[in-house]
Design a protein around this ligand. Structure first.
Ligand code: ZN
Length: 333
């Protein structure tokens, strides 16, 4: 079998996920290495290159088996240069990721923002399969997003397109966001935001709650526990879910009124809550979406979970380094 493979890389603050993927988007092999953040993260590209070489050797394959690398990195990316201005959790400042990784691997590299890469992963093989216009929002520690219009990632003028987490959901007041603004969607619909809202509610709402009892005993709750309590009919937890799906629904509806997407995909750790998140979200979304926009769209939970990043990375590599005849373009851009 002479088929060449794509390499997808998902660069996270704790682990780096790497996969060999065929041109149909099927995983051949996936694995993880720890993210080495020492010395301002400068060893990261070398670690990736070594790990790829080692895995190739395990498969008895040469470097020529690989077409190129698509990598998702945190933060806005300078697309032309493939560089990252700042990635605080990796220690990077003005980091020339594309150049260094190309030098280390002798393979062509395409870099994009991690949420954008996960979005195209879901478009290629996940919940967005077949759609060319979609919104992807990832609810994790923060809120990330990717917007795809007519099959293309929306990057905007300086790589900050798709920053759905920083849509202002609360015009007046609201919590301070990492970006410096207040009232961003991320301060409400992220795992951290959900827990913060729940704890705030405890001080003013005295309804009986199993989760209040748990919190008073352990001084901690997780966002998943808030959803679990809501499923069991906990009034206080349900109030929080209603609140976060209201602001998430409002933000996604406003965005949709401008973009008229076919699919809205909810990913990230919080999305594991499933229907207890999705059903109230659909209701709030419909309240704020232009009727024809609401008719055309389907809201769904992401299906690729942790694989979205590597599959999306492979999609990017395919777009950039494979021509229509599925022949690898050997030149490094
Ligand atoms: Zn923000």
């Amino acid at each position: 079998m002479n088929e060449k493979w794509l390499v997808g890389v998902d660069l996270g603050g704790t682990t780096i996920k790497i996969a060999f993927i065929n041109q149909e988007g099927e995983l051949i092999h996936k694995w993880e290495i720890p993210t080495n953040k020492s010395e301002k993260g400068q060893h990261i590209p070398t670690d990736i290159a070594k790990s790829i070489n080692q895995t190739l050797a395990e498969y008895g394959q040469q470097k020529s088996k690989l077409i190129g690398i698509g990598i998702g990195a945190p933060g806005p990316v300078n697309l032309g240069a493939g560089s990252i201005d700042v990635a605080i959790n990796l220690g990077w400042e003005n980091f020339q990721l594309k150049d260094i990784l190309e030098r280390e691997t002798s393979l062509p590299v395409i870099v994009d923002n991690d949420a954008n890469v996960a979005a195209v992963g879901e478009m290629w093989k996940g919940a967005g399969k077949g759609a060319k216009d979609l919104l992807f929002v990832t609810l994790g520690t923060g809120v990330g997003g990717g917007i795809i219009a007519n099959g293309e990632i929306i990057h905007g003028i300086n790589g900050s397109g798709g920053e759905i987490g920083h849509i202002t959901s609360l015009v007046v007041g609201g919590a301070l966001c990492n970006c410096g603004k207040t009232g961003c969607l991320e301060t409400i619909a992220s795992a951290t935001g959900i827990v913060r809202l729940f704890i705030e509610e405890l001080s003013s709402n005295h309804a009986p709650s199993v989760l209040r009892d748990y919190f008073e005993k352990h001084q901690t709750v997780s966002s998943i526990q808030v959803f679990e309590a809501a499923t069991m009919g906990d009034e206080l937890a349900n109030k929080i879910i209603d609140q976060i799906t209201l602001y998430l629904g409002l933000s996604l509806a406003n965005l949709s009124n401008g973009l008229n997407p076919e699919k809205i995909i909810i990913g990230g750790g919080v999305s594991k809550a499933g229907d207890v998140l999705l059903n109230p979200l659909k209701e709030h979304f419909s309240r704020f979406a232009f009727p024809k926009v609401a008719q055309g769209v389907e809201l769904a939970i992401a299906t690729l979970s942790n694989d979205a990043g590597v599959i999306g990375g492979a999609w990017l590599a395919k777009q950039h380094f494979v021509n229509n005849d599925s022949q690898a373009i050997a030149t490094i851009i």
